[in-house]
Design a binder for this molecule. Structure first.
Ligand code: HSE
Length: 428
């Protein structure tokens, strides 16, 4: 059997501990599959004296992750500390400079510094692997870079933040307000230390920007992701979308259009009979469309000890087997600068509004839509006892610019009782 592959792990939280368990418990399986022993030689974390439920006594301890990353007895630096900058980035750069391969779960670091790190890795003849950074246990990076590499990818979309999907599902199934579902997710420990990373769509936007780069051969461009979180989704929208045959999801969509790269992470309506519409709880789903394969749907756990450690180990096993793929699927210098599209491709929209129940109110709204060139597909007005009439409109395909023009004109009317809600209906 060949030389062992020696791992140094920085970060011993849930995922790091999960990786230690797999390496310890599955030593024979990992060696049989890769043809060489896979061992841990050194670890590092913020606190040493903490019971993590695993035996770390066999491994050297380093307080400083940069020291760990550059040790002579480490072949692969596993970065599980998190944070876009600071120690995670310093240790990753040090590892590459010292000739180590890197496996990381750090989407924020790659979303902000992916191009520079990929270039550094390739100059050093090393690889960076990051399966665990996107959609937890789903092997989506491998699917895109390897299994689907014979396709022109036309679109990537998905639900990539389990916490948001949990909140939206609980609102729907238990008739909870956003605030109640948020508090429940918080109580279960689902939220990131900064909850805005989850509910603001930032975490999912990081993931989408990484998938875009691989799918379209462009440099990671997180700043080009149009971001909108779930904080303004109400239980009324969830009920009324359901009434029209839709579910509301925090959906990421990336596609290359004639006008440039479109990347969006926002609450969207999807048909409730599509796998995306049926996705419940903290589960993730990524849908990849290619010119040859048509549509592939990948579904699985987006977070948690076992699933995320599973993804880390998939990368480690590739390195152990000698499989070496460029960070974003093509050599970093060949990645083109992303040219962000101004505005999304036209789509149908869901509009919810409350109108003063007086003669001509609906006609005024319809006129404003018509003047903006927006055609109504379906409309519903709900029974009500007071003088405010809840109205739902589903439009035909329209540009967001035309819709914004119409919403602006509606605000000037004397018939709206509150700001209308407008959500895109995604073709899936
Ligand atoms: N906070 C993320 C989620 C998990 O809820 O999906 C890690 O990316």
């Amino acid at each position: 059997m060949s030389e062992p592959l020696r791992l140094g792990i920085a970060g011993l939280g849930t995922v790091g501990t999960g990786v230690v368990k797999i390496v310890r418990q599955k030593a024979k399986l990992l060696a049989a599959r890769s043809g060489r022993p896979v061992v841990i030689t050194a670890v590092s974390a913020r606190t040493r004296d903490k019971d993590r439920g695993v035996n770390l006594g066999d491994y050297a301890w380093e307080d400083d992750p940069v020291k760990l990353a550059t040790r002579d007895d480490v072949d692969v630096f596993i970065e599980l500390m998190g944070g876009s900058d600071g120690p995670a980035k310093a240790a990753t750069e040090a590892a590459l400079a010292a000739g180590k391969d890197v496996v990381t779960a750090n989407k924020a670091m790659l979303a902000h510094h992916g191009q520079a790190l990929a270039e550094a890795a390739e100059e050093a003849g090393r690889v960076i692997r990051f399966e665990a950074a996107v959609a937890g246990g789903i092997p989506v990076i491998k699917a895109l870079t390897e299994g689907l590499s014979g396709n022109d990818i036309t679109r990537v979309m998905g639900v990539m933040n389990g916490t948001c999907n949990y909140i939206l599902t609980r609102m729907q199934n238990a008739d909870l307000s956003y605030e109640e579902a948020f508090a429940e997710a918080d109580g279960l420990g689902y939220l990131e230390a900064d909850p805005e990373l989850d509910v603001g769509g930032i975490d999912a936007g990081h993931k989408l920007s990484l998938l875009s780069s691989i799918a379209f051969g462009t440099q990671v461009n997180f700043d080009g992701v149009e971001l909108e979180g779930i904080g303004s989704v109400t239980i009324e929208d969830i009920h009324q979308a359901a009434d029209m045959g839709f579910k509301i999801k925090l959906l990421g969509v990336a596609q290359m259009t004639g006008r440039g790269l479109e990347q969006r992470m926002s609450p969207c309506l999807v048909p409730d009979d599509h796998p995306l519409g049926q996705l419940e709880g903290g589960t993730n789903m990524v849908v990849i469309e290619g010119d040859q394969v048509e549509q592939v749907v990948l579904r699985g756990p987006g977070a948690g000890e076992g699933p995320t450690a599973s993804a880390v180990m998939g990368d480690v096993m590739d390195i152990a087997r000698g499989i070496r793929v460029s960070t974003f699927g093509v050599p970093a210098p060949a990645l083109e600068a992303a040219r962000p599209a101004k505005g999304a491709l036209p789509a149908p929209y869901y509009l919810r509004m409350t109108l003063a129940d007086k003669p001509g109110a609906l006609a005024k709204v319809a006129t404003v839509l018509g003047e903006a060139g927006i055609s109504i597909d379906r409309m519903r007005q709900y029974g009500h006892e007071d003088t405010s009439a809840p109205v739902l409109i589903v439009t035909h395909r329209t540009s967001r610019a035309a819709l914004d023009e119409a919403l602006g004109a509606m605000a000037q009317l004397d018939v709206l009782e509150s700001q209308p809600v407008a959500l895109r209906i995604e073709r899936v």
